[in-house]
Design a protein around this ligand. Structure first.
Ligand code: PDD
Length: 284
């Protein structure tokens, strides 16, 4: 993928050309991965579910004791969208604990480092895709509900998935499906949608919440219950959700080097969810 840097970034209180923004080598984000991040989608110049993303950012910061209110960020997100001059895009926000001599414990009197920028992203056509995923052991920590910038386990897993020629992982913890490396996972069995309950083993996905509301409004039964790996062969449909993949159908799941076919076309439940999702993002 041909990725480019944004022209400008909002860094510690000011907009700067991105080449001019530099972080200290002693920043705890750089040294320890000590920070929280968010990714907000922008459809037709309108940030989507911005309040929910900023709410999750605040909860993450609170959970790890980084004192930053994030109150001003709402306006910064809107500014970022204006400045990036893209109709569809993503806004990335990162707040680290700040710059201090390296210690494992929290340093005192440190200002958080704040970075925010928008960049173009093409969401089009997700509803036409049918992607393969690979079942991978969930080697992450036990606070996956915190959107930490420390993403080593996710990075290793997703890189292995890419090398195997698929786009995403489906993580398994002790025989249960949790989520993807950067998406939530939904499985359909006997017409009912299953997704892992919120808690310390998944990120509370914003797209996940939207999909659950859509299912409830549409009358599709949905259960926030973990799905067993052993039951995967009985899945009728499966899909991934997230800010970068919206609602993308899964065609097959690679398990121990063998492909278990879920579906050769997008199933009726996936289609109904996708249609309602597109309606929401088109009506912003
Ligand atoms: N990832 N699960 C994990 C582990 C994630 O990293 C993400 C998002 C999701 C989906 O959450 P949401 O619907 O709120 O985007 C689930 C972002 C996009 C990322 O890391 O780039």
């Amino acid at each position: 993928m041909n990725k480019t840097y944004p022209k400008e970034v909002f860094f510690n209180g000011e907009w700067l050309p991105s080449q001019a923004a530099a972080v200290s080598v002693f920043d705890r984000g750089f040294m320890l991965g000590d920070g929280i991040y968010e990714v907000i989608p922008v459809y037709g110049r309108q940030p989507f579910t911005m309040e929910a993303h900023l709410g999750r950012l605040r909860e993450g910061l609170h959970a790890v004791g980084i004192h930053y209110t994030a109150n001003g960020l709402l306006d910064r997100v809107k500014e970022a969208v204006e400045r990036a001059e893209c109709a569809d895009g993503l806004v990335y926000i990162q707040v680290t604990r700040g710059v201090a001599p390296r210690t494992h414990y929290f340093p005192e009197g440190v200002e958080p480092t704040v970075l925010l920028y928008a960049y173009p992203f093409n969401f089009e056509g997700f509803e036409k895709k049918l992607v393969d995923v690979v079942l991978s052991p969930d080697l992450r920590w036990h606070r996956c509900d915190i959107k930490s910038i420390s993403l080593m386990a996710n990075v290793l897993a997703n890189n292995a998935a890419r090398q195997a020629g698929v786009v995403e992982n489906v993580f398994e913890r002790e025989g249960w499906i949790t989520e993807g490396s950067h998406t939530s996972v939904f499985l359909v069995h006997n017409g009912t949608i299953y997704t892992h309950p919120k808690g310390q083993h998944i990120l509370p996905g914003i797209t996940r919440d939207i999909v659950i509301s859509i299912a409830r409004e549409t009358g599709i039964p949905v259960r926030e219950e973990a799905f067993a790996v052993a039951d995967l062969p009985r899945v009728e449909e499966a899909f991934l959700t997230g800010t970068t993949m919206q609602v993308t159908a899964i065609g097959g799941i690679w398990i121990n080097g063998r492909k278990s076919v879920v579906s050769t076309d997008r199933g009726p439940v996936t289609r109904r969810i996708q249609e309602a999702f597109i309606k929401q993002t088109n009506s912003l």
